[in-house]
Design a protein around this ligand. Structure first.
Ligand SMILES: [Zn+2]
Ligand SMILES: [Zn+2]
Length: 335
């Protein structure tokens, strides 16, 4: 099979790998769609390369082969994958929070990921999708879309809430899409026109380019002087984090998902006086992978409008160059 590898310093190449074989409890998935995520780009941008490891953690495809002991999943099933592989036996795995497992293995880290023709998974991580849910949607459920959905569940986004979304990359755009589907009034904020326009196209009620307008001023004009009920911080920037706190009304809630910046910018006094609830959110538990498949199916929803670029795996070098510019919507590999 063909797979992408990183050579270091924003360089990638395509390599041949032997087709993997499923072991006990494992399944082999023939990829149909897999996205490039911001966290793949963090690794792509590192100085050191890693030629023995395939990146990518948003797999969706068709079961090609099953290992011994696999009972539920069948060859030919269309699946999306909850993308942390846990030990399967600890208290966190029992709750479906594989990402909390002390032995959790992330694709592209200790194990090969999905930017290849095939990927291995544990049977328990596979969620069978109805025909109405596309493979591209399956790829979103694995990370970008699943992360947004899980945060919206924590925040309690609904028709009664106003929400500010900071950072309109694929995760922020997924947040816009999910919050709108849950009935919310959504304000999208970014500094790149392409992304601001995309948020408007997929249904944001108000969009702000924070380099051209004062984001907090506009938010208070449209959501009321007290601020928004909720904030979703997907930019990972200090400015986004500061404003995600400042834009909240008294008693408001914010979920932080954007990574890659460790500058401490949040003032505890502000949280206490205004009785804010600030929370981190990281991918999604297995139950919510099932819930999100059903949510898309029943609401006839799709993440497809967020996709701006599709590539074949043999064009992986170009795909990473395009995604690295950070001006696009979602970049996906399709087969
Ligand atoms: Zn991701
Ligand atoms: Zn575990």
């Amino acid at each position: 099979m063909k797979g992408v590898v990183f050579l270091g310093d924003r360089k990638a190449t395509i390599k041949d790998f032997p087709d993997p074989e499923p072991g006990f409890g494992e399944v082999l998935i023939r990829m149909k769609a897999t996205g490039i995520c911001g966290s793949d780009l963090h690794v792509y941008r590192r100085q050191e390369g890693r030629e023995d490891r395939i990146p990518g953690h948003e797999p969706s495809g068709v079961i090609e082969a099953i290992g011994e002991g696999v009972e539920r999943i069948k060859v030919g099933d269309r699946v999306c994958i909850n993308h942390y592989r846990g030990c399967g036996h600890c208290v966190h795995c029992a709750a479906g929070y594989f990402q909390w497992c002390h032995q959790a293995k992330g694709y592209g880290g200790p194990i090969d990921g999905s930017h290849a023709d095939f990927v291995l998974s544990d049977e328990r991580n596979c969620v069978v999708m109805p025909e109405s849910v596309s493979f591209t949607d399956g790829a979103f459920i694995a990370c970008a879309g699943g992360t947004a959905y899980s945060a919206m569940r924590k925040l309690g986004a609904s028709g009664n809430t106003t929400l500010a979304v900071f950072g309109l990359g694929p995760v922020g755009l997924s947040g816009v899409l999910m919050a709108k589907a849950m009935g919310g009034y959504v304000i999208g904020i970014d500094v790149i026109d392409e992304r601001v326009n995309l948020a408007k196209q997929i249904g944001a009620d108000v969009v702000i380019n924070a380099q051209k307008e004062d984001a907090l001023d506009v938010i208070r004009q449209v959501a009321g002087a007290d601020g928004t009920d909720l904030a979703f911080e997907a930019s990972g920037s200090s400015a986004g984090r500061i404003n995600a706190v400042k834009c909240l009304r008294r008693g408001g809630k914010a979920a932080f998902v954007g990574i890659g910046n460790n500058e401490p910018v949040i003032n505890p006094t502000e949280i206490i006086g205004r009785e804010l609830t600030l929370m981190g959110s990281y991918v999604l538990p297995l139950q919510q992978s099932y819930d999100l498949v059903n949510f898309l199916d029943r609401r006839k929803l799709s993440f497809a409008p967020i996709v701006t670029h599709e590539f074949s795996i043999t064009d992986g070098v170009e795909a990473y160059q395009v995604a690295d510019e950070s001006r696009t919507g979602k970049v996906v590999f399709t087969w």
